[in-house]
Structures are given as structure tokens and as C-alpha cells.
Design a protein around this ligand. Sequence first.
Ligand SMILES: [Zn+2]
Length: 98
Amino acid sequence: MAKSARTLRTCPAGHRYYKSSDCPTCPVCANEAAVPDNFLGKLGKPARNTLLHYGIDTIEKLAAHTEKEILALHGMGKASLPVLKDELKKAGLQFKND
Ligand SMILES: [Zn+2]
């Protein structure tokens, strides 16, 4: 077992967390900051990470793919499709046709 040198800290937002390093980053804040303020933020984390992994970080890039292509991405679930379609629609876009 590793020696515990962790200390309880409280970030400016009031999150309490234990950290063993000198890194002052609050894990809760870091996690929240990672949620993008666009269509990606509407998705669950696995689906979001999948799209980011494939470089799809804008609604325009999403629209450059077919529905089939997106569904075929590893980590993308069917449950995300209605969300994506809705976001595309809001942006006046749609999935590419096969
Ligand atoms: Zn925090």
C-alpha cells in the first residue's frame, strides 16, 4: 500500500477533494469544465469522447458524416442518435445521405 500523503482540500466552488500531489486542480471542476458548450455537451460522456476521438467537435463536422458512419463509431450508442439529430436540426443541418 502506498503511503498516504493526501490532504483534504476545498476548491473555490466548494468541492471537497483529496489530493496527494501539488496539483491544485479540483477534479469536480475539471470534469465540469470539460463539458463543451455545444452539441457535445448534450451527449453522455462516452458518446462525447467517441466523437472527440474522431475529431468531430463541431456540428458541421458531424453533418459531414452519415448516420451509419456515426453509429459505427466505437463507443457510440443508439441512444445518442436522437440527440444528435435534434442538434443537427436546430443548426439547420442533417446527417449526410448515404
Ligand atoms: Zn471544484
